[in-house]
Design a binder for this molecule. Structure first.
Ligand code: HEM
Ligand SMILES: [Cu+2]
Length: 506
């Protein structure tokens, strides 16, 4: 058994060879998806920027589908699979339960993703990633999504099985680490999410074959059980990564384990109902249902994020103070490792997620405000602050530790790596704030041509919109530059990078 493990010289953790390989494979495929989604982002941005207006209408919606699927589904999920293996096998010094099944799941996910890519790029699935019925794609699209989801569900099962194996084989002492606990909440939410996914994509697949019917309102109701809950997987995984990055970058401390664990549990308990905020202007649902589900208990999930928003920085402060940075109120912050991309990514992720993502989301998650924000650029403005500046940036920061610790390679182009989170964060901040403003002027989301050139009527936006859309383009280009640098560093380090010294065999 010992031959299958190596001891990490930096952390002292015992790393199972299968865990190593599975993490690498999932991370590499995730970055490929990020590249495809990123190229689509550039082309979409240059289309929405009316001055350039690059793509024809059909390719705009096609690439919008490509962007949504590759970013929000493929990139994020492959990365999260890697995090699940890391948080179970690696952090608990355990072997991976059922490694063969793990590889089967990986290839199932890759196969599902390839089928979906093929349907999208050949124009067989111009339905956007929400794939609302009665828009109809080829059955292969839904089948690809189902295969991908089954693979992901199997990985979640292997995650729980690995926790059990580790406990049985006593590979750790005490209770499981907080990061593993956070990943476990993400995994529980993933089960709920994928259950909704099965409940909606299987009937829709059959409908695309001409069997049975799917009601448009029921579709939206069940689909958002998938679409919203999956964002909570991203939030729980991101917060787990915050704690991990805090520990890796400045040796931060968890001030009160119980509070942090309770906060993670709040996500599991109260987040599903918040899916209702996607249905606030739908005609088929009563106002009492909408108001109940988007207020009251729903805020307990918001509370969870606010708790983490305090405990993570507090842990960083304490970690820094323990290292001797005790002068005045802020020496710990001034003397923090701002040149470590893992650290800067962590801080920007917390700030932009909390202030921009959190505030925009909570405000238009209410019925009264939603009616004016719905389907405007305010919506992508909000979620590019959460899932991009928040989750994606946190995952980027983690990569700078995964490259040396798992791939055993030196991070290439280090001077560029140091500024990469600054570029990406600044770009995304400008981009999402500008989008949000454009939305308050009524600029629609998912719209190919806001000059309405071929429309029978004439409509003029406020002249301020030109300025705001230019800011959006500049911010977007800056963020894409940061994203491209990230991909270049990752690919170069992994495939052509300098190896770190040979491993100590366990
Ligand atoms: C460099 C960074 C990025 C830029 C410049 C960018 C740009 C854009 C643009 C211009 C749109 C179209 C908005 C509209 O017309 O409604 C869009 C939509 C979207 N983006 Fe991004 N994006 C970036 C990164 C990401 C990432 C990393 C994710 C997810 C992890 C993401 C998720 C989405 C989603 C889900 C949509 C909505 C698709 C739809 O409406 O069906 N984006 N993005
Ligand atoms: Cu939501």
């Amino acid at each position: 058994m010992s031959a299958d493990f190596r001891t990490c010289p930096t952390t002292g953790l015992k790393v199972h060879a299968q865990a190593d390989r599975l993490i690498k494979a999932n991370a590499v495929v995730g970055v490929v998806a990020l590249l495809i989604g990123g190229i689509a982002a550039l082309l979409l941005l240059l289309t929405r920027w009316q001055v350039v207006h690059l793509l024809p209408a059909d390719w705009f919606y096609r690439l919008l589908t490509v962007h949504g699927m590759n970013m929000l589904i493929f990139f994020i999920l492959f990365f999260e699979m890697a995090i699940l293996y890391f948080a179970s096998a690696v952090l608990l010094n355990s072997r991976v339960a059922a490694p063969r099944l793990a590889w089967f799941s990986f290839w199932l996910m890759v196969a599902g993703a390839l089928v979906v890519e093929w349907t999208m790029f050949t124009g067989r699935a111009d339905v956007l990633f929400t794939s609302y019925v009665p828009l109809r794609a080829t059955p292969w699209f839904y089948l690809g999504v189902i295969l991908f989801a089954v693979g992901a569900l199997l990985v979640v099962a292997i995650f729980f099985a690995t926790l059990i194996v580790a406990k049985k084989e006593r590979t750790y002492t005490g209770s499981i680490p907080l990061v593993t606990f956070g990943a476990a909440t993400a995994a529980i939410i993933a089960v709920i999410t994928l259950g909704h996914g099965a409940a909606i994509y299987i009937p829709t697949f059959l409908w695309s074959l001409g069997i049975g019917n799917v009601d448009a309102q029921i579709y939206r109701l069940v689909w958002w059980g998938l679409g919203h809950s999956s964002q909570q997987i991203n939030v729980a995984a991101m917060v787990a990564v915050w704690y991990l990055l805090g520990a890796l970058t400045v040796g931060s401390v968890v001030i009160n384990e119980k509070i942090s664990r309770i906060a993670f549990t709040l996500y599991v308990l109260f987040i599903s109902m918040a899916a209702a905020h996607h249905l606030l202007v739908d005609p088929g649902l009563p106002p009492t249902w909408k108001v109940w589900n988007t207020s009251y208990a729903m805020y307990l999930a918001v509370l969870a994020s606010m708790i983490h928003g305090f405990t993570v920085p507090a842990g960083i402060e304490l970690g820094q103070r323990l290292r001797g940075y005790t002068k005045g109120l802020f020496e710990w912050l001034r003397r923090a490792p701002w040149g470590d991309p893992g650290f800067s990514a962590l801080i920007f992720s917390i700030i932009i997620f909390g202030f921009v993502g959190g505030i925009t989301g909570v405000t238009f998650g209410t019925e009264q405000i939603n009616i004016i924000a719905h389907n405007t650029l305010r919506v992508p403005g909000h979620f590019h602050a959460t899932v991009v500046a928040g989750t994606t940036l946190a995952f980027m920061g983690l990569t700078y530790y995964v490259i040396p610790l798992i791939f055993r390679k030196k991070v290439a182009f280090w001077p560029l790596a140091r500024i990469q989170p600054y570029l990406f964060a600044a770009g995304m901040l400008i981009f999402s704030v500008a989008m949000t403003f454009a939305g308050t002027f009524g600029v629609p989301r998912r719209h190919y041509d806001i000059s309405f050139a071929q429309a029978p009527f004439d409509f003029q936006f406020s002249p301020a919109v030109d300025l705001v859309m230019t800011a959006m383009a500049i911010g977007g280009l800056l963020a894409i530059t940061g994203g491209a640098i990230y991909i270049a560093i990752t690919v170069w380090s992994v495939f052509f990078g300098k190896p770190l010294e040979a491993e100590v065999k366990a």
